[in-house]
Design a protein around this ligand. Sequence first.
Ligand SMILES: *[C@@H]1O[C@H](CO)[C@@H](O)[C@H](O)[C@H]1NC(C)=O
Ligand SMILES: *[C@@H]1O[C@H](CO)[C@@H](O)[C@H](O)[C@H]1NC(C)=O
Ligand SMILES: *[C@@H]1O[C@H](CO)[C@@H](O)[C@H](O)[C@H]1NC(C)=O
Ligand SMILES: *[C@@H]1O[C@H](CO)[C@@H](O)[C@H](O)[C@H]1NC(C)=O
Ligand SMILES: *[C@@H]1O[C@H](CO)[C@@H](O)[C@H](O)[C@H]1NC(C)=O
Length: 224
Amino acid sequence: MAMLKSSLAFLVLAFAFFVCFIMSTGDGSYDYFQFVQQWPPTTCRVRGKCSNPRPIQIFTIHGLWPSNYSNPTTPSNCIGSQFKESMVSPRLRSKLKRSWPNVEGSNDTRFWEGEWNKHGRCSQQTLNQYQYFERSHEMWHFHNITNILKNASIVPHPTQTWTYSDIVSTIKAVTQTTPLVRCKQHKKTQLLHEVVLCFEYKALKQIDCNRTAGCPNQQAISFQ
Ligand SMILES: *[C@@H]1O[C@H](CO)[C@@H](O)[C@H](O)[C@H]1NC(C)=O
Ligand SMILES: *[C@@H]1O[C@H](CO)[C@@H](O)[C@H](O)[C@H]1NC(C)=O
Ligand SMILES: *[C@@H]1O[C@H](CO)[C@@H](O)[C@H](O)[C@H]1NC(C)=O
Ligand SMILES: *[C@@H]1O[C@H](CO)[C@@H](O)[C@H](O)[C@H]1NC(C)=O
Ligand SMILES: *[C@@H]1O[C@H](CO)[C@@H](O)[C@H](O)[C@H]1NC(C)=O
């Protein structure tokens, strides 16, 4: 009898774990991707401390974030495989060192590890770790944001400012979809900080981003 009870308890427990597992692996629990690029000088100015005192003057990758329409900052920290450094081949590594450097610190691998563990593994059923980094690099390479802005004379300048739509329409004219532009307030200035391109579920086709947490409306944007 005791034996039967304990095996029944075991079955119940095993079933409970199974249900938890199915729910937490969250198969497909995101709607689209946000591909986020940052302007390193703004990141450094706002954070106040970067190990490299002269941050590079090109947009670099912050991350590729599986996101929800209802709550664009989720999901994150999903249960999924932890980052494996061995899955970054030497060839991929040399590409990521250009497109996805650790702007605030000196250990690039640590930045990649953080982004994969926080965001990447939430969409593991779509892109495995290798594909996640490879695809991100391709996205960065395909639309050179620094160059798109430069072509429209939107270049770092100590005093000149732009409107939100100047920046968005310049990028949209090339990518054919609406990006999201994020700023950081520094002293009294809105500094251009991040450009987000949105992709559908499979991260293949670009789609319009919704304007959630973009730069404040009607305020002059400074690019320094
Ligand atoms: C995200 O959206 C998906 C599908 O719309 C849903 O199943 C999931 O529960 C949502 N996750 C979070 C964290 O909001
Ligand atoms: C860089 O970060 C990775 C991942 O966290 C770690 O394994 C490695 O030891 C770090 N390298 C150095 C030189 O600190
Ligand atoms: C992107 O454009 C910038 C500015 O024109 C240029 O310096 C950089 O080399 C370009 N990057 C790539 C990967 O083509
Ligand atoms: C920038 O302008 C040059 C010259 O008009 C053009 O060849 C190039 O494709 C443009 N680049 C982008 C990213 O729009
Ligand atoms: C924007 O929001 C609408 C309504 O919530 C949704 O249908 C649309 O797909 C969203 N697009 C993105 C890229 O978030």
